[in-house]
Design a protein. Structure first.
Length: 241
């Protein structure tokens, strides 16, 4: 396959260690994207009982967004705790007898310890299963979509909520393969958003490969977006001095 001349020139310059000088500012067209954009789900099946946030609401990391029915899991936690507490009492009594009367064999003491350890582990499992009935925000951001409402049945790993973090955003664009060799990581850039707003950013990613069909390399710059004033998805132009 014959490579574009731009690719051949870029490869030769990189191999020689000679980078072309930038005689004038470089402008790259692209689009803005949120720093994080994920669709959340749960590993368990169930019925949505409570929704604590609605679309458009901000959430903090650790907030419970919605919760499945959990009555059986809560009862299991209470049962496992009662078993664990009982085994702890038996273990404590066995230890005290072993210390004061020497009438308890090592085997009996080891058995009491093992039974308590198993009960404690089963209690921890029950607590985790109860916690897994809640959909918790993995980072601070804003809810852009709630796919199911209270009363709906949920399958394991079914998409439930879309959460985005717009406190920081990316500019994503594509540059000519030769021009990409003139860019540097952490290089300061200006990003002009559709509508006239301009922000400062830094290059955070330069693709190590060039698309052989187009001769272009992907580049990303990150910029702060306090208050979410810039809505990701808008077209933008990045200027590199």
């Amino acid at each position: 396959m014959k490579l574009p001349n731009a690719l051949i020139l870029a490869a030769a310059m990189l191999a020689s260690g000679v980078l072309p000088a930038r005689s004038e500012p470089m402008e790259v067209d692209g689009i803005t994207e949120p720093f994080l954009d994920v669709t959340l789900g749960l590993a368990d099946a169930g019925i949505i009982r409570t929704q604590f946030f609605k679309e458009g609401d901000p959430v903090k990391k650790g907030d419970v967004i919605l919760e499945l029915d959990k009555k059986l899991e809560a009862l299991e936690v209470a049962r496992r705790k009662a078993v664990m507490d009982q085994n702890r009492m038996v273990l404590d009594s066995t230890r005290e007898l072993s210390r004061t009367t020497r009438s308890v064999s090592k085997e009996d003491l080891a058995k009491a310890q093992a039974e308590y350890n198993v009960a404690a582990a089963e209690y921890d499992i029950a607590v985790q299963q109860l916690a897994d009935r809640r959909l918790v925000a993995p980072f601070s951001g804003a809810i852009t979509e709630v796919l199911l409402k209270p009363g709906a049945a949920v399958a394991p790993y079914q998409p439930l909520v879309r959460l985005v973090d717009t406190a920081r955003c990316y500019f994503v664009g594509h540059v000519d393969g030769v021009a990409a060799s003139r860019l540097r990581l952490d290089e300061s850039v200006k990003i002009r958003i559709t509508g006239g707003r301009e922000v400062a950013g830094k290059i955070c990613f330069i693709s190590p490969v060039v698309d052989p069909a187009s001769g272009l390399a992907r580049v990303k710059a990150i910029f702060d977006n306090p208050g979410g004033k810039i809505r990701p998805g808008l077209a933008a132009t990045m200027t590199v001095e």
